[in-house]
Design a protein around this ligand. Structure first.
Ligand SMILES: Nc1ncnc2c1ncn2[C@@H]1O[C@H](COP(=O)(O)OP(=O)(O)OP(=O)(O)O)[C@@H](O)[C@H]1O
Length: 315
């Protein structure tokens, strides 16, 4: 388990990470999301001791990274811009890592096979493609068979086969009871891979919840209804709207065509019951869930720093 306690990082007068407190549980894939510059990489770097917190702490299994005698056996990490000597072969790079952490040399061959690099293990890492480099980084993270794994943009540069492979790997690592904390900008991929999400913006926590909950909270969820008496049903739904207390943004009914309505802000069950109570026949009643991408955009809209138009707002 990873625990962040008031974790803060300042660079001069800029606060990159601002009092983050949360726990990343074992046995789950937790997606780490946020706009560019939100502080994801800085947070991950502090967890693995590459950056010192200005305040607060990042703990792995209750301890700071610096306290571990063999850190690679506790926490494995694939971070962006990983330092691999370009003249070294993949095998030699991993052997050096293994030696410094008391890991048996035989484990190097195991992880090379696991990531599919056994055929090129003798080649200079500097000649690797972006995708091969990512695989080597993942091999390094897995080397010490750690219980906690951090991956910063792991599918970066991977082809569709590679993306699928990473998804399966994350899921299986979590199924083995490990803590898997993974950042990504690919929402559709996160929707498929993660159990929980931590969303940050400008260094602060915006959401920490199961993926399904993040999506359910989106005002973009809607209900499509087709009925020969659509106008009657629309009036009934509007009359009910003030009582639909479970919605944040209120209920909205849009008449798409003579027979068709789109209702937002009311659960599908409630729309079905209202139709039944009003004796209105239904030809179709379907729920259209927001995508994680839509839910994410809604959550982070106010904290996007480098988005189109953001500069104009700040100027
Ligand atoms: N070494 C540094 N010196 C000064 N500022 C830094 C440094 N590292 C990061 N920052 C700043 O801290 C903030 C957070 O950066 P960070 O790289 O952690 O964000 P991120 O969420 O990983 O972004 P991205 O999605 O673009 O990778 C940014 O404003 C960045 O400019």
């Amino acid at each position: 388990m990873i625990a962040l306690r008031g974790l803060t990082k300042r660079y001069g007068d800029r606060t990159a990470v601002d009092g983050l407190s949360l726990e990343v549980a074992a046995g789950k894939v937790t997606g780490f999301l946020g706009p560019n510059g939100a502080g994801k990489s800085t947070t991950m770097r502090m967890i693995v001791g590459l950056d010192r917190p200005s305040a607060g702490a990042a703990l792995v299994g209750g301890r700071r990274y610096g306290e571990f005698r063999h850190p690679l056996r506790e926490v494995g990490a694939l971070l962006e811009a990983k330092a691999v000597h370009p003249g070294r072969s993949a095998r030699r790079h991993l052997l050096a890592m293994a030696r410094s952490n008391g890991i048996a040399a035989g484990r190097v061959e195991e992880v090379l096979a696991l990531v599919g690099l056994e055929g090129v293990a003798g080649k200079r890492a500097g000649s690797f493609s972006l995708g091969m480099g990512q695989r080597l980084g993942i091999a390094g993270a897995l080397l010490g068979d750690p219980g906690v794994l951090l991956f910063d943009e792991p599918v970066n540069g991977l082809d569709p086969d590679g993306v699928l492979w990473v998804r399966r790997l994350m899921r299986s690592l979590a199924a083995e009871g490990r803590t898997v904390f993974v950042s990504s900008h690919l929402m559709s991929e996160m929707q498929l891979t993660a159990d929980r999400l931590v969303v940050i913006g400008r260094g602060r926590l915006i959401a920490d919840a199961p993926v399904a909950e993040v999506i359910a909270a989106s005002s973009r969820n809607s209900v499509r209804v087709r009925s020969p008496r659509a106008a009657e049903l629309a009036a009934r739904v509007r009359a009910e709207a003030p009582r639909a207390a479970e919605t944040r943004g209120g209920v909205e009914v849009v008449r798409v065509s003579a027979e068709e309505l789109v209702v937002t802000g009311m659960p599908v069950d409630r729309v079905g019951w209202l139709a039944f109570e009003a004796g209105v026949p239904l030809l179709e009643l379907s729920e259209e869930k927001a995508s994680l991408e839509e839910a994410y955009m809604e959550l982070t809209g106010a904290s996007v720093e480098y988005g189109a138009g953001a500069a104009a707002v700040e100027a």
